[in-house]
Write a protein that binds this ligand. Structure first.
Ligand code: LLP
Length: 413
């Protein structure tokens, strides 16, 4: 469900004509629908409402300050993975006691910043990190709350690059070694064990891997309790998939119904870290056709957005629907590749797509680009990054200015 729909023959974001946004703010342009991401947040919140779950939106999916501010207002917490994300989270006005901090490479400096900020807890990913946190906490004369991220060795049945819960992955601590780490954590003076954490991957469309992992975690929590290790929180991570094309992902309700029986009987507070589920379909990338190039084997629509704006097709062969902003009646469908201006063959947004014949200057909309779109954008080929706009009903707000050429060199000496 989202709010990018045609009214007559024109694509709208909520009640705003996309043509109007493109003329006012230029292209390439990221457009977000506030109603869409708030509804997605509410869906997941209500699916777990009987467990009073804390939803920590995963900032890495889209970290624009205006979006974070709206999410914080709505009651969301945040999942962070760096000092930069902590900075953004705090700026949003969120209660620091709703921030959880994951990531395999937290530096001493980042740990100090997080302790000073009073976050809810760290999700620890190695024995080495556990000691590093203990040492930093000691130097600050503090005791800090932690969960340990368990690697349950479950295949999330998703793209290899976003499959994070298999034993060969760098993430978390092997479930067979985890008890030892909890025992050693118990002995550390500046560590307070609070929880158990997992995150098995991203764009997971079936609840089965989730269920396997949660089942293993539940068993592990029972063992912890038997061994006298008290646990208050269970964090089951993010990863709920969305519809890009023909996927049929389980809904938040189905995920919740499947998971809850495993958790019955443990008096645990639940934490979730959804990113894509909330913001993925709430964003679109609007791009203008520069040239319609007819090749001998292929037709190319060369557009003004490239892999520096949206790297997902190049990096994961991801599919994003691409649709015209204005529908023309009677024009034949043509098979074409939609490509950017960057000097790489990986610079494509879509391949072999059937689109009506399009002219130079016409607009296309790349759907489902809210998550890991702008967040992964770069300046490759010295391209200033795109502007971002938030739509709220009939109103629209520039939430990030387009970069300028001066911005490209502003830090250079
Ligand atoms: N929690 C942790 C610890 C994570 O590492 C992630 C994502 C999430 C939560 C949120 O996952 P989500 O609900 O958004 O699936 N760039 C890739 C996705 C990378 C995901 C990294 N971790 C893509 O564009 O598909």
């Amino acid at each position: 469900m989202d709010y990018f729909n045609y009214k007559k023959k024109t694509l709208f974001a909520e009640d705003v004509d996309i043509n109007e946004l493109a003329s006012k703010y230029g292209t390439p342009l990221y457009v977000y629908s506030k109603r869409t991401f708030l509804e997605h947040f509410r869906k997941i919140k209500s699916a777990f409402s009987d467990m009073d779950a804390l939803i920590c939106y995963s900032i890495k999916a889209n970290s624009n300050g205006a979006i974070l501010k709206e999410m914080a207002k709505e009651g969301s917490g945040f999942d962070i993975v760096s000092g930069g994300e902590l900075y953004r989270a705090l700026r949003s006005g969120v209660d620091p006691k709703k921030i959880v901090y994951a990531g395999v490479g937290k530096t001493a400096e980042e740990i100090k910043y997080a302790i000073k900020s009073g976050i809810l807890m760290f999700n620890i990913e190695s024995q080495e990190e556990l000691h590093s946190i203990n040492n930093v906490a000691k130097s600050m004369k503090r005791k800090v709350d932690v969960a340990i991220r368990i690697n349950p060795d479950v295949d999330a049945l998703t793209h290899a690059y976003v499959n994070t819960g298999k034993k060969e992955s760098k993430f978390g601590i092997d479930i067979n070694l985890a008890m030892g780490i909890y025992k050693s954590a118990q002995k550390l003076k500046h560590i307070n064990i609070k929880g158990v954490d997992m995150h098995i991957g991203s764009q997971i469309t079936t609840p089965i891997p989730y269920l396997n992992a949660v089942g293993k975690m539940a068993q592990f929590v029972s063992q912890l309790l038997c061994q006298g290790v008290g646990i208050e929180y269970l964090n089951i991570g993010g990863g709920l998939g969305i519809i890009y094309n023909e996927e049929k992902p389980a809904t938040a309700d189905i995920f919740a119904k499947a998971i809850k029986p495993h958790l019955a009987g443990f008096n645990l507070k639940l934490i979730l870290e959804p990113g894509r589920f909330i913001i993925g379909n709430a964003g679109a990338l609007i791009t203008r056709i520069t040239y319609n190039k007819k090749g001998r084997l292929k037709n190319f629509l060369i557009v003004d957005a490239g892999m520096n704006d949206l790297i997902r097709p190049a990096l994961y062969s991801s599919y994003h629907k691409i649709i015209p902003v204005n529908i023309k009646n009677g024009s034949k469908l043509e098979v074409c590749d939609i490509v950017g201006p960057i000097c790489e063959s990986a610079d494509f947004l879509g391949k072999d797509r059937h689109l009506p014949q399009m002219d130079n200057g016409e607009l296309l909309c790349v759907r489902s680009a809210g998550a890991y779109g702008m967040a992964m954008a770069s300046n490759y080929n010295s391209r200033p990054r795109a502007a971002e706009v938030m739509v709220d009903g009939g109103r629209h707000y520039l939430i990030r200015e387009r970069e300028t050429y001066e911005d490209l060199v502003s830090r250079e000496k």
